[in-house]
Ligand binder design. Structure first.
Ligand SMILES: *Cc1c(COP(=O)(O)O)cnc(C)c1O
Length: 312
């Protein structure tokens, strides 16, 4: 097929593409150029939480496209405010910042942590082995796997990578210099590895003692993927900062950072921003995604979860 050869020739070869030429999607199925139907278990790598062609998401997108597709963040815009309100009502966090992607939500969280830490003379960030936080230099600086990092050195200073799920090790590495601890409560790219109860308990005990930020990367595990809005809810804890993305924009690029009262005043006018962050069409889709999942899909997630666990 010609399109495969063109791709090889004119793209930077960063992706190992599948040899299937998709023409369209329909619910949980993908249909290729020969009309062959596939049950799509890739689901856009965690993005297509509602499958393809969800009517509410499409409607929200079309309606917003008619009004304005982009406006710039110099204006207050209704779709952003609507989605931010939904997120805050659902989670109890105090502040929202919208981004275009997961990696940008992580960058935002790193900057928030650095700036918050400055006030207390804290300049170290702790992150974990086998984690995945994205492909930007900041995100890569949090990670340890050579597969993602090799050749891109040097990375950000002041970041310490500690073994995931090792409560003893974390106790040795956290101290008064610690500004933040970045973690996935369920490691996604690391192999679907949940954090152990004792590990999480230790981190939050240490937060009491040393006062640092716990930053949850819920980009893959959030938005009910584990049956609760955030994976961390299974542990009965409350991180200070949360990064969201993947399914948030219903397939359009959208991420968010949520923060509690501790960090509410860290960013001030002009100290952070994003041209496309919080695009109104993406935010409209985001509102539809949240309402759709709330209205019934979440029950299916829970029963499917029990089914899968029984089968493994
Ligand atoms: C996908 C992912 C990211 C990066 O998101 P992008 O939108 O690809 O930048 C970060 N953290 C986790 C846990 C992810 O799964």
């Amino acid at each position: 097929m010609q399109i495969f050869e063109i791709e090889k020739e004119i793209f930077f070869q960063t992706y190992k593409r599948l040899g299937v030429y998709i023409k369209r999607g329909e619910g949980v199925y993908l249909i290729d150029s020969d009309g062959k139907k596939y049950l799509d278990l890739i689901s856009g790598i965690g993005v297509n939480a509602l499958g393809y062609g969800n009517e509410s998401v499409k409607k929200a997108i079309f309606e917003q496209v008619e009004k304005f597709i982009h406006l710039s963040n110099l204006f207050v815009q209704e779709p952003q405010v609507e989605l931010a309100k939904l997120l805050i009502e659902l989670t109890g966090y105090k502040k929202v910042f919208f981004t275009n992607s997961g990696a940008e939500a992580i960058e935002t969280s790193i900057k928030l942590t650095r700036k918050w830490g400055k006030k207390f003379g804290k300049d170290e960030i702790i992150a974990f082995s086998n984690s995945f936080h994205g492909r930007t230099m900041g995100a890569l600086s949090l990670m340890d796997r050579a597969k993602y990092r090799e050749g891109y050195e040097p990375f950000l200073p002041g970041i310490i990578n500690v073994k995931y799920n090792d409560a003893e090790e974390i106790e040795k590495r956290i101290n008064n210099k610690t500004a933040g601890v970045f973690l996935e409560f369920v490691q996604g790219e690391g192999g679907i590895v949940p954090a152990s109860e004792s590990f999480i308990k230790k981190i939050f005990e240490l937060r009491e003692k040393f006062n640092f930020l716990v930053v949850a990367d819920e980009i893959q595990s959030g938005l009910w993927r584990t049956g609760k809005f955030f994976a961390f809810e299974h542990y009965g804890v409350k991180p200070d900062v949360v990064a969201l993305a993947k399914p948030l924009g219903g397939g359009l690029p959208l991420g968010a950072v949520l923060g509690n009262e501790k960090v509410a005043d860290v960013f001030t006018v002009g100290t952070h921003g994003s041209t496309f962050g919080g695009n109104p069409v993406a935010c409209s889709a985001g509102c539809a995604v949240i309402k759709e999942i709330q209205n019934g899909i979440i029950e299916n997630v829970k029963s499917m979860c029990d089914y899968f666990k029984k089968r493994t």
